[in-house]
Design a protein around this ligand. Structure first.
Ligand code: SF4
Length: 364
């Protein structure tokens, strides 16, 4: 392994159009990777994915292949291998780690033109260089800013906290790179989806590589709606089921969605450990942060007050209610839905037990 600063720009940032062009001009196809001379490329593609699984966004951005060609060609190959695993968690974690690597590398660059070019030419962000209000270095068009920054929870991204002049929002260099990180992650996920649709059968050595990668996947503690203790998932309202299934498939959800499902699960009796293990499916899982947040909501830290489940109206305001509550009746809180369903389930269980008892008495 070498240090990334020795590589060319296209090897460091393999999502650039010139990197794609360079790869095409090499004339590789999948069969080329049977050739022993391409083994370093295959090995680097595997290590890109395995390192992503191990380190996620804490990946070291300096680690790279010894040479430009290996680093550059291993990126599209890693996308294909990740696609062929068919594992959404792995794919998200790979995209997150690659985007984090690019983010860290871009923050180390001292060429503002490079960041500007990537933002404009690759991701079509409406951005201009403008340092008239230090420490800001760029302005972004209002529409693009709102589209990109709306998913950040930190108040610093709120429009009221920004300088806006004639429809353009001033941002710092590191903030523009942060916006790029999300674009790069999305770009990688889109390319994985494309490879899933379009790439056919792999040569045996690559099939073997995919199987080896799959063996490195962490054991899933929870699949689908199967909780070990507390709560009855079949009694959850649609909004909670929807967030739960997103979390367990590794998708990231908003800060509010994380809060509302954690508060709901705590109030239905799910132990905190179980809730933390649900978050472990997320590609950016950090156990220390997840534990702190869940224990805080459960009243085990800070003010020692257990949070109540947010009301339906609050959930609706955050756009997380399903079909505007049509499936839930006229309720004000998801806990009402849950308690009502639990009563129904218990009644069904009781009736079944009685029927079984009557049947065994009559048949004895
Ligand atoms: S009505 Fe309430 S419980 Fe039902 S989906 Fe909407 S927010 Fe959830």
């Amino acid at each position: 392994m070498a240090f990334a600063d020795k590589l060319s720009i296209k090897a460091k940032y393999p999502f650039l159009p010139e990197a794609k062009q360079a790869f095409i001009s090499l004339g590789f196809d999948l069969e080329s990777f049977r050739d022993p001379s391409t083994k370093p490329i295959v090995d680097r593609a595997i290590s890109r994915i395995v390192d992503a699984l191990l380190y996620g966004e804490n990946i070291n951005p300096n680690i790279a292949a010894e040479d430009d060609l290996t680093e550059l060609a291993s990126f599209p190959l890693a996308i294909i291998l990740a696609a062929k695993t068919g594992d959404k968690y792995l794919q998200r974690r790979f995209a997150l780690a690659e985007a984090s690597t690019a983010y860290k590398r871009l923050n180390m660059e001292d060429d503002p033109e490079l960041v500007l070019r990537i933002a404009r030419e690759v991701f079509r962000i409406d951005v201009e260089y403008d340092d008239s209000y230090p420490p800001y270095s760029y302005t972004v068009g209002l529409a693009d800013y709102l589209k990109s920054a709306s998913k950040f929870n930190d108040p610093v991204w709120k429009l009221v906290n920004r300088i806006v002049v004639r429809g353009r929002v001033y941002i710092e260099s590191r903030e523009l790179i942060r916006l790029l990180r999300d674009k790069i992650e999305r770009y990688i996920l889109e390319n994985i989806e494309k490879a899933e649709r379009e790439v056919g059968k792999l040569p045996e050595n690559l099939e073997e590589a995919v199987n080896n990668i799959k063996n490195k996947l962490p054991e899933r503690k929870i699949e689908d709606l199967t909780l070990r203790e507390g709560s009855r998932p079949e009694a959850w309202p649609p909004c909670m089921k929807s967030i739960y299934s997103k979390l367990t498939s590794g998708e990231s959800v908003s800060h509010f969605a994380n809060f509302m499902i954690a508060a709901f699960l705590i109030n239905t009796g799910v132990p905190t450990e179980e809730i933390i293990s649900i978050y472990s499916q997320r590609s950016d899982f950090n156990e220390r942060i997840a534990r702190y947040q869940v224990e805080h909501i459960a009243g085990m830290r800070g003010s020692r007050t257990r949070y109540i489940t947010p009301s339906c109206s609050k959930i609706k305001t955050n756009g997380l209610c399903i079909e505007d509550g049509r499936l839930c009746g006229n309720i004000k809180n998801p806990m009402t839905y849950y308690k009502k369903k639990i009563k129904e389930i218990k009644k069904i269980d009781k009736d079944k037990t009685q029927q079984t008892g009557e049947y065994s008495q009559s048949s004895s």
